[in-house]
Design a protein around this ligand. Structure first.
Ligand code: GLV
Ligand code: MN
Ligand code: MN
Length: 404
């Protein structure tokens, strides 16, 4: 096995960040021209590293090493959030690329490397990894539309040049398991002076579309006493959630209203319709179920006592996942060898493709520190030295797992 080149890892990440560069971050939504270009660049890099590489019918870039007996699957996603960071996803893909180079001359051990499509949910959720594990149906693809512009997924795939290609699915017997590296996206590692997070579990993410229906009318002539203002009903509902959830949530439950739309959305019109996209996360699905029941009873009560009706539709039910204990031990041993043991076991409050892969094979993740705990923002960053240390720990983990 060759030694890894830490400076090359940083340079590759910087090159990848040029596709869709936005200030110090990246705007590279799934299937955008920048995303498609970056996937072709990655495919070329994986091929140069000796892997047999394809871009499949959902946009996954898959580099395979077919010459070895013992093999790991590694990777992450390569699209970004809107005006997001340069490392969320990219880090794990570029570590995979460096790993492929490190094992290039090894006749017995190796890795397949994947850049998953649409982990960030511009169209669906975990489209690429769910396609690979066989969980994404043709019917779901038919029905899926872009969350921002409503573009049908079929049309986006056609434009990207991926339509008509086969969607590759996994043969789990090919792999010892799946390993993904990622930035932490929180401030725990930085705050504790640690270099590696060993992920124990990944949160479940449930998402809702909550719709308020009132009556559109003139903002000047309609008396306050008779208005049915859907926007106001929505605002009150958000406050009611924040008032009631803390008393019944789990210790690490989080909830977010990520998008509010008022219809028709003009200053001189009382909104007749309002919509919020709302998300609840917890590692315990029972805790989420409990909050969902509360949400539904609040909606029923608001419809009954208020001036607008409230409807709740669950649009995403992402299962949490537990990471493989043996793989966690391997990351810990590698951290002892390469990072002075400055590691900690911790749950992930962010979603990751590893939770999809965990449904069919042992899966694990390691985190590197995020400066200031910032992510899903263009200022997201990690010190170069921490990127390099993480790469060394990642490669050492794989070496240990592959050599048994
Ligand atoms: C993944 O990016 C998430 O939103 O957790
Ligand atoms: Mn993300
Ligand atoms: Mn990510």
């Amino acid at each position: 096995m060759r030694k890894i080149d830490g400076q090359r890892v940083v340079a590759d990440l910087k090159r990848l960040a040029e596709f869709g560069r936005y200030k110090t971050g990246v705007h590279r939504p799934t299937y955008s021209p920048a995303d498609v270009e970056s996937r072709h660049w990655l495919a070329d890099k994986l091929a140069e590293a000796g892997l047999n590489t394809v871009i499949d019918g959902i946009g996954n870039v898959i580099g395979r090493n077919s010459g070895v007996q013992r093999r790991l699957l590694v990777g992450s996603h390569s699209e970004t959030q809107p005006y997001g960071g340069w490392l969320d996803g990219a880090l794990g893909v570029v570590y995979g690329l460096e790993l492929a180079r490190a094992f290039a001359d090894d006749p017995d051990h190796g890795v397949d490397v994947v850049a998953w499509a649409d982990e960030e949910g511009h169209y669906g959720n975990f489209l690429g990894s769910r396609s690979f594990t066989g969980a994404l149906t043709e019917e779901e693809i038919d029905q899926t539309r872009g969350r921002d512009n409503g573009t049908p997924l079929r049309e986006a795939l056609e434009k990207a040049g991926f339509a008509g290609k086969p969607r590759d699915t996994v043969d789990p017997s090919r792999y010892l398991g799946y390993l993904e590296a990622h930035i932490e996206q929180g401030d725990h590692l930085e705050g504790s002076g640690l270099k590696v997070g060993i992920v124990t579990s990944i949160v479940g993410i449930w998402q809702y579309r909550i719709t308020f229906t009132g009556e559109q009318n003139h903002a000047g002539t309609t008396r306050m006493a008779i208005r049915k203002d859907a926007g106001l009903a929505l605002a009150k509902f958000c406050v009611a959630i924040d008032d009631s959830f803390p008393a019944i949530c789990g210790p690490r439950t989080v909830w977010t209203t990520g998008r509010i739309t008022l219809d028709p959305g003009a200053p001189s019109i009382i909104p007749g319709r309002a919509e919020m996209l709302f998300q609840i996360r917890d590692v315990d699905p029972a805790a989420i179920e409990h909050l969902e029941a509360k949400l539904r009873s609040m909606a029923a009560e608001a419809s009954h006592t208020g001036r607008c009706s409230v409807a709740i539709e669950r649009i995403r039910t992402g299962a949490p996942a537990v990471m493989d204990p043996g793989f966690q031990d391997a990351i810990e041993a590698a951290s002892a060898a390469c990072a002075g043991g400055r590691s900690v076991r911790m749950p992930s409050a962010a979603g990751h493709d590893a939770q999809v892969l965990a449904t069919i094979m042992p899966a694990a993740m390691l985190f590197v520190p995020s400066i200031g705990g910032v992510s899903h923002h263009w200022t997201e960053n990690t010190a170069d030295a921490d990127i390099v240390t993480g790469a060394e720990v990642f490669v050492e983990t794989c070496r240990r797992l592959l050599s048994g």
